[in-house]
Write a new protein. Structure first.
Length: 286
């Protein structure tokens, strides 16, 4: 620990190292911004394609269903081509950063990829969206689905099977609807559906993934915003644009580093000027 503190102090006092780090962060910011813009443009193009299939009679329910339909037929052919092993060989973009564009191109994350891509597409319509982990056979995370707030309620979509449920009144069903009357809604399942997914329960964030830390964060947030709101919070949807998240983190680091660099420059130049001024005064006195 003492060595780390000493190293940090040495780095922050060296103007050449600070200048190099500023250049590195600026280059990274440019790279992240370019990648984020590409991904935004990619999903904007998908949205434009969906808009061509809509008309004045479409409402929020039909728009999200058409979005899922496009998502399914974009990804379903790729699922047979790519797998986790092939994706790992695609470099840091597919492994470390794992942007939603990778999920779109490979569908290698199975239900996770389908849900991520659909959530990103629906996000372009500015509908509140959350990715949910379904409980099956007593365990959470068996299957991922998407929920969309269409104005008055959350409706459930399963992009892996291009599945939505319709209530008796013709509107899209929520998770609570399906959970409360599985015998009725199970009749709407397609032939290729995995019957183990019976809508037993759902969670939107795995608050036990990092022991101690994440439960403590959940308890703190529950005190501030209420338990119900925190239980419905989907952390994953806030990291759909991986490169934009990286850009914001590096921008924060760059601002701090830039201020440290400016401070060091002033100290260095101030010391040089004072020395020059003192020497000049001494020569005048002579």
């Amino acid at each position: 620990m003492k060595f780390s503190v000493t190293l940090i102090r040495a780095v922050t006092r060296n103007l050449y190292v600070l200048t190099f780090l500023n250049g590195f962060l600026l280059a990274a910011l440019l790279c992240f911004k370019i990648q984020a813009a590409y991904e935004n443009g990619l999903f904007a193009s998908i949205k434009s394609s969906i808009n061509l299939r809509t008309d004045a009679n479409d409402n929020a329910d039909s728009i999200v269903v058409k979005s899922m339909d496009v998502c399914y037929y974009l990804m379903q052919p790729r699922a047979a081509t790519f797998n986790d092993n092939t994706v790992r060989s695609m470099g840091l973009e597919a492994s470390l950063f794992r942007s939603t564009a990778v999920d779109l191109m490979t569908a290698s994350g199975a239900c996770g990829s389908y849900s991520q891509v659909l959530a990103r597409i629906i996000d372009t319509y500015h509908y509140p969206v959350r990715i949910a982990q379904m409980k099956a056979n007593g365990y959470f995370g068996a299957h991922n689905i998407v929920e969309v707030y269409t104005g008055s309620r959350w409706v459930v979509l399963d992009p892996t099977f291009n599945l939505y449920f319709t209530r008796p009144d013709g509107r899209l069903a929520s998770f609570e609807d399906v959970h409360g009357n599985w015998n009725y809604y199970s009749q709407q399942l397609p032939d290729n559906y995995d019957r183990a997914y019976k809508y037993e329960d759902v969670r939107y964030t795995n608050w036990t993934k990092v022991p101690v830390i994440m439960p403590a964060i959940k308890n703190l947030l529950s005190l501030c915003f209420g338990k119900e709101r925190v239980n419905g919070f989907s952390l994953r949807t806030h990291f759909m644009n991986t490169y934009m998240v990286c850009f914001n983190i590096f921008l924060f680091l760059e601002i701090g580093l830039l201020l440290a660099t400016i401070k060091r420059m002033f100290k260095t130049h101030s010391w040089s000027f004072s020395r020059y001024f003192d020497v000049g005064l001494g020569q005048n006195k002579i």
